[in-house]
Design a protein around this ligand. Sequence first.
Ligand SMILES: NC(=O)c1ccc[n+]([C@@H]2O[C@H](COP(=O)([O-])OP(=O)(O)OC[C@H]3O[C@@H](n4cnc5c(N)ncnc54)[C@H](OP(=O)(O)O)[C@@H]3O)[C@@H](O)[C@H]2O)c1
Length: 342
Amino acid sequence: MGPVPSPICANKRKGADMKVLVTGATGFLGKYVIEELVEQGYEVRAFGRNQKAGQALQGPSVEFFAGDFSQEEDIFAACEGVDAVVHAGALSTIWGPWEQFYRANVLGTKRVLEACRHFGIKRLVYISSPSIYAAARDQLDIKETDAPKENELNFYIKSKLQAERVISQYPQVPSVILRPRGLFGIGDTSIFPRVLRLSQQFAIPLIKNGQQLMDMTCVENAALAVRLALEMPQAHGQVYNITNGEPHSFKDLLDQALEGLQVRKRYVKLPAGLLAFLAQSFESIYRFFRIKKEPPLTLYTYYLMRYSQTLDISAAVRDLGYRPRLTISEGIAKYVQNYRNN
Ligand SMILES: NC(=O)c1ccc[n+]([C@@H]2O[C@H](COP(=O)([O-])OP(=O)(O)OC[C@H]3O[C@@H](n4cnc5c(N)ncnc54)[C@H](OP(=O)(O)O)[C@@H]3O)[C@@H](O)[C@H]2O)c1
């Protein structure tokens, strides 16, 4: 890594005079990052392809810049005149052809880094994913250095690992990598909606009575970590796990969410071997017939249900001063309140 830069906004109101490009602005995390930055006085250039979602973000401190970050001209034009970049944009799903993951997550990240290097961007915060740790075993207190060199459980994971490697190939760009786990909150289109659907249409499968530990993150806390990663000089060149730091059992989380949502709790206890067999079979069939839709069960989802996985966030606490603002229960209550009001 290159020389350690000075804090990007020392001795000022946090974001005064700072302009930050946020990719993935039209997505789930991106919106919260923008909110967090604007609250602290930053100017934001919100980047994404979805014009409608982008225009809805615009405000006194937020301008929308429509573009595709895997297109050199788009991302170069967007980076001109900004001080820092948060690269939260990605193809963030667990099923699909490698070419799409490669283009969005690997090539796209390379283009972002080229633009950052060209314009001498003071800091890049890259949003990676702890899914890269996924393995067929319980893993507690995973440290950032425990990341495997390769993991091809799915193309998303493979692409996120490759993207991290791309970051290390640009030492001239002062970068920070964050690995936030299991984001949830209002606007989540993934975790809670899936659970709800499953519970309403069928039942939620439990292995070993759902006692496996899960380490989730309120999306507001992840957005806070992103801002801290932009601001803290000691974060330069580092990688940080981000969670709420309060692992709960799978079943406990489900109970809290489903009770709050007043949805009938429907669980079905299934043997791990059966679910592993189903996941493997679905994946093989879907791959063979090139089915674009995500299979009803994938190996990745099976691993999430089967094994405990918790992350050590002490590095983020120490270097970034990261202290989660919302507890898991508060995050769930907020989600539930919004769900009931809508
Ligand atoms: N959600 C989680 O639990 C979780 C956990 C760990 C890590 N992460 C990481 O956190 C980041 C944000 O995730 P998220 O949940 O907010 O995902 P998301 O809601 O799917 O948002 C991703 C955004 O990326 C944008 N994007 C994708 N390809 C693009 C391209 N070629 N050019 C421009 N924009 C592009 C999309 O914007 P347009 O539709 O406007 O193109 C989309 O809104 C991702 O890097 C993801 O890997 C997420």
